[in-house]
Ligand binder design. Structure first.
Ligand code: NAI
Ligand code: MG
Length: 338
């Protein structure tokens, strides 16, 4: 029996997480969920977006499945997602993007893994306004890149490639302009590449990479990059294969691991039974692999792919003529898992 922290999240979160819990239950994996609050739901319940009870639960279980959490734009509280990643030093954000057979999309044959540095860069939280006469006349956000943080994430990417039979690591940077921060990241990558002669190493500047990912995503295998670039490119990657409803990620550190969808709380479709539950179901699948529950994970992976290939019980983001909602898609996956 695995004890796992469950954070339903905001917006579409509770509905897609209900779907994921059903699918995981059907897979035969034995999970004791510990439901906890976070984000807007926690602000409403207790005035704090990241309650101590939630942190204590994750400290205890060391594993969480988390729904998307709303972060106010501009002012308001700091992102709980970023806070959780920093609190538990979840330095590696691992986001696979794979084409689904039978699903019309911009590209077929995509099979890449984004490995995003998850605690540093422009998300370090070092930012402030400069005021004159009570008016904000400038604003500064500091990108902090450390040698140790860069070594850790780039080594993680090479080790990931080695253990998953992947052939190529592409390091994405902007070292022509951001010579210190991403320049050092690139230099560390080039040095570490010598320790992995069996893996092809290349580097790309972020803007050219964005174009190449859209034109020819098949050249990408493992990508390693800094925090903001990884955030942007993983949504781009999702768009190549059919959208944000499909892709999941793991936030991995030594103390804990938190699994979630790449997408956010999608307020535009919340409460309408329209959200695609695939991304969080695949996050659950990644969590089961992490727990060593390979059989349950494989069942879920196959079931999701079958349901999407058949195209009948899929949400409207995948098939605009579909009348199928979040829970109906989840039930179709549950039937397949069994
Ligand atoms: P979003 O990812 O929530 O939505 C972007 C677009 O994709 C929307 O049109 C939405 O309807 C669609 N979409 C997302 N997930 C979908 C699904 N499962 N099925 C079908 N369509 C889906 O990004 P947005 O609107 O920029 O952010 C909303 C909130 O989510 C913000 O407060 C943001 O900070 C937060 N957020 C949280 C994340 C997390 O918890 N890890 C990640 C990204 C954003
Ligand atoms: Mg994002």
């Amino acid at each position: 029996m695995h004890k796992i922290t469950l954070i339903p999240g905001d917006g579409i979160g509770p509905s897609i997480m209900e779907a994921a819990v059903k699918v995981i239950a059907a897979s035969g994996a034995e999970i004791a969920w510990d439901p906890q609050l976070g984000g807007m739901a926690a602000v409403e319940a207790c005035g704090n977006p990241l309650p101590q009870e939630t942190l204590a639960s994750i400290r205890n279980t060391r594993i969480a499945l988390k729904g998307p959490l709303t972060t106010p734009v501009g002012g308001g509280f700091r992102s709980v997602n970023v806070a959780l990643r920093q609190e538990f030093e979840l330095y590696a954000n691992v986001r696979p993007t794979v084409s689904f057979e039978g699903l019309p999309a911009l590209h077929g044959g995509v099979n890449l893994v984004m490995i995003r540095e998850n605690t540093e860069g422009l998300y370090s939280g070092v930012e402030h306004f400069i005021k004159a006469d009570g008016v904000n006349i400038a604003a500064e956000s500091v990108a902090v890149i450390t040698r140790s943080g860069s070594e850790k994430i780039i080594r993680y990417a090479f080790e990931y490639a080695k253990h998953h039979g992947r052939k190529r690591v592409t390091l994405v940077h902007k070292a022509n302009i951001l010579k210190c921060t991403t320049g050092m990241f690139l230099e560390i990558g080039k040095a570490l590449a010598h320790e992995y002669p069996a893996i092809e190493f290349r580097d790309r500047i972020i803007d050219a990479c964005a174009m190449e990912m859209v034109m020819n995503p098949g050249v990408y295998d493992v990508i390693v990059t800094t925090n903001l670039f990884g955030d942007i490119l993983s949504d781009l990657a999702a768009g190549l294969v059919g959208g944000l409803g499909l892709t999941a990620g793991a936030n991995i550190g030594k103390q804990a691991a938190i699994f979630e969808a790449v997408h956010g709380s999608a307020p535009d479709i919340a409460g309408k039974n329209l959200a695609n539950p695939t991304a969080v179901i695949m996050a659950g699948m990644m969590m089961l692999e992490h727990l060593g529950e390979f059989e349950a994970a494989a069942k879920i992976n196959t079931a999701v792919k079958d349901v999407i290939r058949e195209g009948k019980f899929v949400t409207r983001d995948l098939n605009k003529d579909s009348q199928c909602g979040t829970q109906e898609m989840a039930e179709a996956i549950v039937r397949r898992v069994r």
